[in-house]
Design a protein. Structure first.
Length: 215
């Protein structure tokens, strides 16, 4: 099943360009370019062992990666938060193919730095039938080399638009994970990775599913 997430992204970007002032667009573009030229958020390459973690889920459960791997491979995706429209589109796209993921004997785990109550809101509003975990403080994202600091000028833009990332994350750090997706085999080896500093550039979930089927 093709999720067509990319097409939805393109439609959103087209509307965004029509409705948002050029100064704001330029600042967002500059922030992406600065991150691309930095050493932050490079992720972990295929062939490496995935760092284990144990995180709270949106519905009160605790999930440990390597315990899940005993049951089958895991698709692990890091997203910025429920306030991010691209993240919501991505999460819903994964929901559209979750039964196919499960048919392959795999689990899907989505991780963000949001507080558990915010993760629950994200899970409920998108009607997600998979693990949505809270990595408060970005500790796990740091282990995966995904964390970056938002520049002050972009923090101001977010605040002006009511994107209160600090409230969602329960701190005033204004740090986020780069959007990244991994397929992790049962022995803990990363067999697929997709990490891009541009939050608009993400792996198409249906392509990830195909990679899973070929693993």
């Amino acid at each position: 099943m093709k999720t067509e997430m990319r097409e939805k992204f393109d439609q959103y970007i087209e509307n965004f360009k029509k409705n948002v002032d050029q100064d704001t667009q330029d600042k967002m573009k500059s922030a992406i370019e600065e991150l691309e030229n930095s050493k932050e958020g490079n992720g972990i390459a295929s062939g490496k062992k995935a760092p284990n973690f144990k995180l709270p889920g949106a519905t009160g459960e605790t999930v440990e990666l390597y315990e899940r791997l005993k049951q089958g491979p895991v698709i692990l995706t890091f997203y910025r938060g429920g306030w991010c429209p691209y993240c919501n589109m991505e999460l819903r796209a994964y929901q559209n193919i979750i039964s196919e993921i499960h048919n392959e004997g795999a689990e899907l785990i989505a991780v963000s730095p949001e507080m558990p109550d915010q993760s629950l809101s994200t899970k409920e509003k998108n009607d997600l039938d998979y693990y949505v975990l809270s990595d408060v403080g970005n500790e796990v994202a740091s282990d995966y080399n995904l964390v970056y600091q938002l520049p002050d000028y972009l923090v101001d833009v977010y605040k002006d638009k009511g994107l209160n990332v600090d409230d969602h994350n329960g701190d005033d750090e204004w740090k986020l994970p780069v959007s990244a997706t991994y397929i992790i085999d049962t022995d803990g080896t990363i067999i697929y990775d997709y990490t891009k500093e541009d939050y608009k550039d993400r792996a198409e979930p249906s392509d990830v599913l195909e990679e899973l089927k070929q693993a």
